[in-house]
Design a protein around this ligand. Structure first.
Ligand code: OOG
Ligand code: NI
Length: 450
């Protein structure tokens, strides 16, 4: 066959993100409002803050930036979706155990995303992906586990031809235009809300355990749960959404706005909306009803925290009182202060001219002497406490975790086995990026490496 234009992983990811966004705006029109308001806020921030607004990503990247959230039921489903995302250059990063959070949701999660900085700059699309832990006895009885397994084993979320194309794309570094079209149509369709009737009794039984368990295991297909735009001023967005009469959850999750650098991730959402769904009743009849499952999340991203910065965040999260004041008392309020205290990740780039002063031997000397300038590394990952907060404020009825029973021994290694892939450690990625930039500065000036 003649060699036609190859659609590579980056182009597949970009096209997929756009198609999913189009699908989700058709399905959840309030998402369009969120995207419009986010765009307005970003334009205003750019106008008032200028170049500084782009310190954590270009306006092109931020405007196009989305994360999705999906939920699957079995290791085989996770492995299939990992293959589909792999074709788009999205790799699993991080392990999140939402069973152990305040929301007590019976899932463990990872996020599929590009890992290389240039790929993130081209299109940072990522998907928070949760896997139901069907045999965690704190949530499921042995009998329910058995029936859940059986139900899940009968469904196919990702069509075999989609997974085959994904495997080929990953092997060959892309697809030709015709195959790419087939791949994108099938990949997008896999996440559309199904019109099929939901078995009322089965869905209800799982809802008693957790509405997330019902959303995953109570239906025959999966769907995108939310698609989250990125905004440069989330406080402003929150106020504007409320002014439009859209009911938001009570809080913005994550670190407060405190006058220092934005750290990690801040998220909020509008409440899950009632969407029409069909139900199959005990007598076999089908009725129309609604379900509140999908919500509209939005986020602002800050600088990535080092393990030390993350420990500080985790500690301050539990402190009572005014969060902003707590932060001001506990953390340096400048980027340089955060770098010096090793609370956040920065890259270095060479200064414009070789300085005259003594040869620097520390990062502080590189910066003070004008050998290097620092730039923050944006946080590309998620926060389990925020995820739990978003879950908790949107779920109808909280999850029931019975701590008298045994949990399932499910950890990072187990999830890697399920996905059939190595899960990247987010800290290792940020560390490597920082280290490479230091080495580049050292090499640029021909400084001794120590
Ligand atoms: C995932 C919730 C976590 C986030 O942004 O923290 C999440 C879900 O609702 O399935 O998306
Ligand atoms: Ni999310």
């Amino acid at each position: 066959a003649p060699h036609r234009d190859r659609v590579d992983a980056t182009a597949l990811r970009t096209a997929f993100a756009a198609r999913l966004s189009a699908l989700y705006s058709r399905e959840v029109p309030a998402y369009t409002t969120l995207v419009d308001v986010a765009r307005e806020v970003n334009a205003d921030v750019l106008a008032t803050r200028g170049e500084d607004a782009e310190r954590l990503g270009s306006i092109e990247r931020v405007t196009a930036e989305r994360h999705g959230a999906i939920r699957v039921g079995t290791p085989a489903e996770l492995a299939a979706v990992a293959t589909v995302f792999g074709a788009m250059g999205m790799h699993p990063v991080g392990f999140y155990d939402l069973r152990e959070t305040a929301a007590a949701v019976p899932v463990v999660s990872t996020a599929f995303r590009p890992v290389a900085r240039d790929e993130l700059a081209r299109n940072p699309f990522r998907v928070f992906t949760s896997l139901l832990v069907v045999d965690d006895r704190r949530f499921f009885t042995p009998d329910l586990t058995t029936r859940l397994r059986e139900f899940l084993s009968r469904r196919t979320l990702f069509a075999p031809h989609l997974v085959d194309l994904a495997r080929r794309a990953e092997r060959d570094g892309g697809l030709d235009a015709d195959d790419a079209e087939v791949f994108l149509v099938a990949a997008t369709a896999a996440f559309a809300l199904s019109p099929d009737a939901v078995d009322r009794a089965w869905y209800g039984e799982l809802s008693q355990v957790s509405s997330v368990a019902a959303d995953i295991g109570g239906v025959g297909s999966t769907h995108i749960n939310h698609l989250t735009p990125r905004v440069l001023d989330i406080d402003d967005l929150y106020a504007r959404m409320q002014a439009r009469g859209i009911e938001m959850i009570d809080e913005i999750q994550g670190p407060p706005r405190w006058g220092g650098p934005d750290l990690l991730l801040r998220q909020t959402s509008f409440r899950a909306l009632a969407e029409p769904r069909r139900f199959r009743e005990a007598d076999g009849s089908v009725t129309d009803d609604t379900l509140r499952v999908r919500f509209g999340e939005v986020e602002a991203r800050g600088v990535a925290a080092t393990p030390r910065g993350r420990a500080l965040y985790d500690r301050l999260l539990t402190e009572p009182g005014d969060a902003a004041a707590t932060w001001r008392a506990a953390a340096p309020a400048t980027e340089r202060g955060m770098l010096d205290a090793d609370l956040a990740y920065f890259t270095l780039a060479p200064g414009s001219e070789r300085p005259d002063g003594p040869v620097p031997t520390t990062v502080a000397e590189l910066l003070d002497g004008g050998w290097a300038v620092a730039a923050p590394i944006v946080y590309e990952d998620f926060l389990p406490a925020s995820a739990a907060g978003i879950f908790a404020s949107n779920l109808t009825g909280s999850s029931r975790r019975d701590d008298e029973s045994d949990g399932a021994a499910v950890d990072l290694a187990w999830l890697e086995g399920a996905a059939g892939r190595t899960i990247h450690d987010p800290y290792a990625l940020y560390d490597a990026e920082r280290a490479a930039s230091f080495d580049a500065v050292t090499a640029h000036w021909g400084l001794p490496t120590t």
